[in-house]
Design a protein around this ligand. Sequence first.
Ligand code: SAM
Length: 220
Amino acid sequence: MANPSALAYHLRELAIALDPQSPLHAMPDVRGADRAVLDIGCGIGQTLAACGTVPGRRLVGLDVDRECLDYGARRFAHIDFVVGRAERLPFQDGAFDLAVSRVALPYSDLGRSLDEIARVLVPNGRVWLTLHPFATTWLHFVQSLRGGDFRDVVFRGYVMANGLLFHCLGRQLRFPFNQRCESFQTVGGMRRGLRKAGFTDIHIQRGRHFLCTARKRAGD
Ligand SMILES: C[S@@+](CC[C@H](N)C(=O)[O-])C[C@H]1O[C@@H](n2cnc3c(N)ncnc32)[C@H](O)[C@@H]1O
């Protein structure tokens, strides 16, 4: 049974993904030639489900949350659901034409995740990511401070420090008390991280969404 609050979140996101008029709508550009598409941190598969189906195209959703994947598998039979982590993708090199990840990589060790995404893409394969700007972390920090949730205040402090660390050094640390890895992202940090992982044609858009697209360099 999926955690009710996680399931409620994913169902809300599914409704947004299916509604192009929603101001929160942000969907990847899946092209006719994309034979295999991977969604990292897919929840119940909401983004892939809203992409529709094309005969012969393989859609794979990966997440750490087995219960949500089970729910997705019951509802969306055309998607393959796989338990796994962004930092260690259980797929062969060059298995996908497009990798998407909607607000999931901020909860992972970004350097490792970007290396793994590059590995599982074909040469010239594309990546589409949405991320967390500093403002998201700051809002959580202020909310926790006002609510007197001092444990979370400490954790948000760690998330801010980890975001700075990735921006400056391209590295991250796990929070010592629960081993979680979380950070906010910056335009400069993402550009450097994507380039280091072997991506080119990097485009970053900052508006309602913090959106990054890039292409894996051929020959890497
Ligand atoms: C904010 S939700 C986004 C879900 C979905 N992509 C969307 O846009 O609605 C983040 C998701 O990332 C998953 N997640 C967290 N850490 C992860 C990791 N290291 N590897 C893969 N998935 C992860 C969570 O279980 C959760 O389903």
